[in-house]
Design a protein around this ligand. Structure first.
Ligand code: ADP
Ligand code: MG
Length: 338
């Protein structure tokens, strides 16, 4: 899910220092990224291409995701560290959803002329901290001037043992549907901002919104233990992402409303409404299906797994509440939809 907003007025940039010129900026990013090393990365930043020596008997995972100012984040709302963290999370979460291990990240960054270099530094700090946490190295990218706001495109390369990637297309009627963690936390925070209740949120009261954790460990363990028949990460919202599993697998689904784990947000740990959990995006949890004879543990890598429904024949999605069943229409985020 994302936000569609006007960019901040140009006057807010005036008076601030500019980003460094391109080559100096790349040198700086190179120094900042320099600490990370892996033996499968032969050449990183500094040549025309990165040179990777990918693991044998593995397949390569490749994913790219935009983070656009005014669409995916607002400079008035998100501290730069959060923008950098979320930017990389989008890529890592896709790798997690395939059961893979991330290796290298590439960052294409277009910056407006009037943007403080301190903003760029803090963005990189957030991104590189997360990279370090998951052993991923920033291995290349591109740097350009943006005619509008900040545009960041992250590409992540990962690997998965041959034939073992968990696809969206593997769900069968009768499989149960599970989600990791709790849902709606990001949308719950966004709602506070959009409703005008608050102009700014404290990051520690809304960790899911500002610093979501990509579920790499969970995804890898589910793949190693052969638990998941299909998997997707929850970036657009449960209803929309489940619809993708249904479409790719040629099946329908039924959710139990009461079972959906609702996130708690804010200083008082207020539970979000079910609508946020069903349709809100950017939770970066995993949704996966499990064959009827599989019994997943309650928790993997400290993250709870919750049974929220099952796969059915047909192509429609349904949701039951107090034994009454309704059709569930995808209402998560989609670009270009009104
Ligand atoms: P070229 O013109 O050959 O694409 P560049 O001058 O754009 O080379 O980039 C030089 C090196 O710096 C390359 O290794 C490239 O991958 C890396 N690089 C450029 N921008 C970034 C960035 N924003 N983040 C990480 N690496 C970058
Ligand atoms: Mg370039």
């Amino acid at each position: 899910m994302s936000l569609l907003f006007c960019l901040e007025s140009d006057s807010e940039y005036i008076g601030s220092v500019l980003p460094l010129a391109e080559k100096a900026l790349i040198d700086r990013i190179r120094r900042q990224a320099g600490a990370g090393r892996r033996k499968d990365i032969l050449t990183g930043i500094g040549d025309d291409c990165a040179l990777l020596d990918l693991p044998e008997r593995h397949e390569t995972l490749v994913t790219t995701d935009f983070s656009l100012e005014g669409i995916h984040f607002q400079r008035a709302w998100h501290p730069p560290e959060s923008v950098g963290h979320r930017c990389l999370t989008r890529g890592l979460s896709d790798i997690a959803a395939m059961g893979g291990e991330p290796i290298a990240a590439f960052l294409s960054l277009a910056l407006p002329r009037r943007l403080p270099q301190s903003w760029v530094d803090r963005f990189m700090t957030g991104l590189l901290k997360l990279a370090k946490e998951f052993g991923v190295v920033l291995t290349g990218g591109d740097t350009a001037q943006s005619p509008g706001g900040v545009l960041a495109d992250i590409m992540v390369i990962g690997s998965v043992p041959r034939g073992k990637a968990i696809l969206r297309s593997g769900a069968k009627p009768g499989d149960r549907i599970f989600v990791t963690g709790e849902l709606g936390g990001s949308a719950g925070a966004l709602d506070e901002l959009l409703s005008g209740n608050k102009k700014k949120l404290r990051t520690k009261d809304y960790p899911k919104f500002f610093f979501p954790t990509p579920r790499l460990e969970v995804g890898r363990i589910l793949r190693e233990r052969g638990i998941a028949s299909a998997m997707i990460d929850l970036s657009d919202g449960l209803s929309s992402d489940l619809a993708q599993i249904c479409r790719e697998s040629g099946v329908g689904a039924e959710l139990k409303a009461e079972a959906i784990p609702l996130a708690k947000v804010g200083r008082r740990d207020r539970q979000v409404d079910i609508g946020f959990a069903l349709h809100g995006g950017e939770d970066y949890e995993l949704l996966f299906t499990v064959k009827p004879d599989e019994h997943p543990p309650r928790e993997v890598a400290g993250v709870p797994l919750t049974d929220v429904g099952r796969i059915r024949r047909g192509s429609k999605m349904w949701i039951s509440k107090n034994s009454i069943i309704h059709e569930l229409v995808p209402q998560g985020w989609e670009h270009f939809r009104n």
